[in-house]
Design a protein around this ligand. Structure first.
Ligand SMILES: Nc1ncnc2c1ncn2[C@@H]1O[C@H](COP(=O)(O)OS(=O)(=O)O)[C@@H](OP(=O)(O)O)[C@H]1O
Length: 314
């Protein structure tokens, strides 16, 4: 067995489950209206035991969600955590709690990878964090859902967001034109989505109406790059998982400029995230960046106080 095979040999599902489990054959009626608070009801449980005895693999609703933030590093967290044997994750973004809610929970559950009882189900959709209805809808699915939020300096995040849009629509106005009202420096246009998303505290207050802070875990998008194993260690702790993903799973890829996953076994390839992750950002003048930092400062301070962590974005 070579070094990497030994690292990955630990990656077999365990037998105990860190979350309260919904019965394998739990059925949900259609969500009566998109905003209905209707959650799973006891009488809707068809014989869960006999069902899972016949087939231990089933589609479960997510126990944990990566809810944001857009351009924070959500794909990296998903791809890193899914190498854990007790995690199964949906690779695509289902956008259930924002765009597809009227399709109902059965539709959503059907999208999920099949899991053993010992495994947790995870999905990521970064737009949930800024979707007003998302916390209420998620808590109506299950009020014990664990929530992961990957946060990043909101100024860098806004530039990353703009860079992504520009790569798809080259004719959009400049960053400065969009970020400031009347294109004059000083008055930040907080109605522009790229700016608004970074006012984390405003969105968090909405989540805290439905979830306790202890149900939320905040990943530093910056440390995820400089110390992926450390951040992923904390994610595993939060999810109640054995710490299996360690620094042995990562290497720094100089060409990409980011940490990547080591190859799983002798025949496998090392895995870096795709080209849309780690783009070269558009150049923004120092003065503009300082204005935006000034704008975000009070929001950041309140956010740090609320979550009890200083992300050091100054
Ligand atoms: N290991 C690794 N590899 C590549 N990229 C990494 C990694 N870790 C974090 N990041 C940062 O992730 C940023 C993209 O964030 P998201 O995945 O949340 O974007 S998205 O909202 O799903 O589009 C992306 O933002 P940009 O650098 O602005 O492209 C990266 O900085």
């Amino acid at each position: 067995m070579n070094g990497n095979s030994a690292i990955y040999a630990q990656l077999v599902p365990s037998t105990s489950h860190p979350f309260p489990r919904m019965p394998a054959c739990l059925t949900f009626g259609p969500v009566s209206s998109p905003d209905s608070d209707r959650g799973p009801k006891e009488e809707e449980v068809s014989d869960g035991k006999s069902c899972s005895a016949l087939n231990p693999w089933r589609h479960g609703l997510p126990n944990a969600l990566i809810v944001g933030v857009k351009k924070g590093g959500t794909r990296a967290v998903l791809e890193f955590i899914r190498i854990h044997p007790d995690v199964r994750a949906l690779g695509t973004e289902p956008h259930f709690f924002d765009r597809n809610y009227d399709r109902g929970l059965d539709w959503y559950r059907g999208l999920m990878p099949r899991t053993l009882d010992s495994q947790i189900t995870l999905e990521k959709t970064p737009s949930y964090f800024v979707t007003r209805e998302a916390p209420r809808r998620i808590s109506s699915m299950s009020h014990v859902t664990k929530l992961i939020v990957v946060v990043r300096n909101p100024v860098t995040r806004a530039i990353s967001d703009y860079t992504q849009t520009l790569s798809k629509k080259p004719d959009i106005p400049t960053f400065e034109e969009l970020a400031f009202k009347n294109s004059s420096l000083g008055v930040v246009d907080s109605s522009w989505n790229a700016i608004r998303i970074g006012m984390y505290i405003l969105h968090l207050e909405n989540w805290l109406q439905y979830f306790r802070l202890s149900q939320m875990h905040f990943v530093s998008g910056e440390r995820l790059i400089t110390d992926p194993a450390g951040e992923m260690g904390r994610v595993q702790d939060f999810l109640g998982l054995k710490r299996i993903i360690t620094d042995k799973h990562f290497y720094f890829n100089r060409t990409k400029g980011f940490p990547c996953l080591k190859k799983p076994e002798s025949s496998g390839q090392p895995r870096c995230l795709g080209k849309s992750k780690g783009r070269t950002h558009v150049q923004i003048e120092r003065e503009v960046i300082e204005q935006l930092q000034e704008f975000y400062r009070p929001f950041n301070i309140k956010f740090f106080e609320t979550v009890g962590q200083d992300f050091k974005w100054d």
